[in-house]
Ligand binder design. Structure first.
Ligand code: ADP
Length: 307
């Protein structure tokens, strides 16, 4: 597709004093590609020498996509939280738009699960606590992420969670009397992570992010999403019926404590019953087990030794 970018200039300059020297491509999204880049600047911080450069063609096809991308940058630019991918700046050069972002050296949770199949409870506790901190911050500012999934939860060099990709995020608009919020009705997200109220198109709000945390918790422990099926329609049918089960224990599978099952059961419920991010981390799952205060980058490929 003409929008895909296979090559970028060897030297990129922003409107200020910074120069960027791109290295390897880190990944590709719907219409952007992301490259690791060295930042050359005498006043280096906050990029600390390296960043992730997201590149999009300025003439990106379609008015809707262009508006959506601007909206994504507008939201992301205002967010500052230790567990959200830091947004540094956006600028253009020739026909390309560049966004410099905090570099997440260790990829996404999808990469880890693909290599490891499933994670230890210690990792799941630590990463969910960090993710809930990020989601609490967003919700307090009336931002709903709407695309929380393992592929959008990145890990920095110290294996801390950084929530990224605000491409589907929206801002909740209060109703006229300020007593609640206008519900969003856009049908968007990733099939395995979609909440039932998004499927029924009756409108949805912040609690779609909490549902997605429930899907993620199951996925990290089991290695596949709870409603996973061959087709989208089958997934949706299972979501509507809350039809999921925990796999039988076998030598090749994870030992899943009752506390984790109970946590997931409190998240995959009708929206009115879903907890807030603060209530999520108060669940006994987090209190009744080990929470590591640091995770070694070796955990990307190998089960940590504490387990
Ligand atoms: P899109 O919004 O088009 O889906 P993403 O923001 O998801 O694009 O980025 C596409 C891929 O680029 C990701 O899946 C990941 O592999 C990589 N990537 C994105 N942001 C970063 C980052 N900050 N650090 C490291 N890799 C990243």
């Amino acid at each position: 597709m003409a929008d895909k970018i296979e090559e970028i200039p060897k030297l990129i300059k922003d409107a200020g004093q910074r120069q960027y020297l791109p290295g390897e491509m880190l990944g590709r999204g719907g219409f952007a590609s992301v490259w690791r880049a060295k930042v050359v600047d005498r006043r280096t911080p906050p990029e600390a020498g390296e960043c992730a450069l997201k590149v999009v063609r300025r003439s990106i096809r379609g008015e809707q996509l262009r508006t959506r991308f601007k909206f994504e940058l507008g939201i992301h630019n205002k967010l500052r939280h230790p567990n959200i991918v830091a947004f540094y700046r956006a600028f253009t050069q020739a026909e390309l738009t560049f966004v410099s972002l905090e570099l997440c050296e260790n990829g996404s949770l999808t990469d880890v699960v693909k290599r490891r199949k499933f994670l230890t409870m210690g990792e799941i506790r630590r990463w969910l606590i960090q993710l809930c901190g990020a989601v609490k911050y967003l919700h307090l500012r009336d931002v709903v992420h709407r695309d929380i999934k393992a592929g959008n939860v990145f890990l920095d060099a110290d294996m801390n969670v950084k929530l990224g990709d605000f491409g589907l995020a929206s801002i909740m608009v209060p109703t006229k009397d300020l007593s609640s919020y206008t519900r969003r009705t856009t049908f968007c997200g990733t099939p395995n992570y979609l909440a039932p109220e998004v499927l029924s198109r009756g409108g949805h709000d912040k609690s779609v992010d909490i549902w997605a945390i429930g899907i993620l918790a199951y996925y990290l422990a089991v290695g596949r999403a709870p409603f996973h099926s061959k087709s989208k329609d089958e997934i949706y049918e299972r979501v509507r019926n809350a039809d999921y089960a925990w796999p039988d224990l076998g030598p090749e599978s994870n030992e899943i404590p009752e506390d984790l099952k109970s946590l997931v059961a409190t998240l995959l419920v009708p929206e009115a019953q879903r907890p807030t991010p603060d209530e999520v981390v108060r669940h006994p799952f987090f209190a009744h087990g080990f929470v590591p205060d640091k995770i070694d980058p070796l955990a990307r490929t190998r089960r940590p030794r504490w387990a």
